[in-house]
Design a protein around this ligand. Sequence first.
Ligand code: 6PG
Length: 256
Amino acid sequence: MGNRDIRILADAGELSRAAAEEFVRQAEEAVRTRGLFTVALSGGSTSKAMYRLLANDDEPLLRGRVPWGKIHFFWGDERHVPPDHLDSNYRTAHEAMLSRVPIPAENVHRIKAEDPDARNAAADYDQQLRTFFFPRRMTVEALPRFDLVLLGLGPDGHTASLFPGTDAIHEQTRFVAAPWVEKFHAYRITLAPPVLNNAACILVLVSGEEKAEALRTVLEGAYQPDQFPAQLIRPTLGSLLWLVDRAAARLLRLPG
Ligand code: 6PG
């Protein structure tokens, strides 16, 4: 796959740094050429380490280079909880980064997962995407195109909140889905695969021994996206960069 690249970093710390440097490079480029940068953040601990690094005052070559005021922050998925809940992906990013850097409030496009009905939260986020990406159009034939979509990988092969066996895997019309995830006995809200795959760049961060089996299956196993939804991630007109550490890459049969 020509537009897929896999980079193996020594450890989680080097992975976070490589991801942060890639974020900065892309943000600078997008703002230089288009005046803004749109990014869909992921949840989980791997991306949280990168958020912390980007916001770190002791990292002038990272934080100091980010055009914070020109970035629009979205989320690739959210848990069905209020924004101040410990499980909230918004709260994770807010605490690790957004509350520590100069970002205009109107540049933060949160999934309103406090809504008791997850389908309403998904519909609201869908409308936010339409209003932002297609402000002057009543009907929309195109898909939102993020400059960057950040993703993680679960040990079960999920990414965003596309979990094995859930109907969100097959969502082809709505921009946003609200799948019931039995193993959590909860709803999630997630960007649908076509929107994820319409990104200019998808960056997947994978760290740790516990991800090795899932990573090998997703990258080198038979194509079974219902069981390993991360296999759905194949940008149509964009690039896909897997940033993985040695522990997660242990079972890969890559050359070199
Ligand atoms: C979420 C994330 C999810 C995450 C993976 C990896 O809402 O949990 O969006 O897709 O990225 O589960 O999480 P870790 O980085 O914590 O392993």
